[in-house]
Design a binder for this molecule. Structure first.
Ligand code: ADP
Length: 165
């Protein structure tokens, strides 16, 4: 049996404890998890790709078998190029389902041997996403239970230097 590789794609702007929970669970199932930043997103991210990669690296140092990358173009092509057998997605609530279901069906049409694996985070992370973390951080709220210490620091820096723009 070869190495089982999975791909965890997302925006990770920034990575949160919810994402990390999913990465830890994915590692139970797969030998390697490639956490990869989607470049062709319409949303305007707060952090650059390099900043986001650095935050993912720092936050997953304790987990073996994790790689950090980015990709453009079709996710299934990227995954096939990496020799992956599965895509990982996190499912928090029913509200995630419709979009995730559509994506999974489309990806299955495009690459029928590539699995999509949905993982549920610990319930304490079900309300957590990067957007709400950024909003609270910008308003000066305490976000230390939602993101790792390195990310807390980066968010503080971003909003301090951003002031007066
Ligand atoms: P995207 O822009 O693709 O939604 P994100 O970085 O926000 O990118 O999320 C990447 C993946 O992680 C998605 O599958 C998303 O559902 C999942 N995810 C995000 N936050 C959480 C969380 N708190 N718990 C579990 N899964 C999550």
């Amino acid at each position: 049996m070869g190495t089982k590789i999975s791909i965890y794609p997302g925006t990770f702007d920034p990575i949160t404890n919810g994402h990390i929970d999913i990465i830890e669970r994915a590692r139970v199932l797969f030998d390697r998890v490639i956490v990869t930043i989607a470049l062709n997103q319409e949303k305007q991210p707060l952090f650059t790709v390099e900043e986001r990669k650095e935050m993912i690296r720092q936050s997953t140092e304790h987990i073996e078998g994790v790689e950090v990358d980015d990709f453009g173009g079709l996710l299934v092509h990227y995954a096939q190029g990496k020799g992956a057998i599965a895509l990982i997605r996190g499912l928090r609530a029913v509200s995630d389902f419709e979009y995730e279901f559509q994506m999974a069906l489309m990806n299955k049409k495009l690459a029928k041997n590539l699995l999509t694996v949905f993982l549920m985070p610990n319930e304490k992370y079900t309300y957590l996403d990067s957007t709400i973390v950024k909003e609270v951080a910008q308003l000066g709220g305490n976000i230390s239970c939602f993101v790792p210490p390195f990310v807390v620091k980066k968010l503080k820096e971003k909003f301090q230097t951003g002031k007066g723009d």
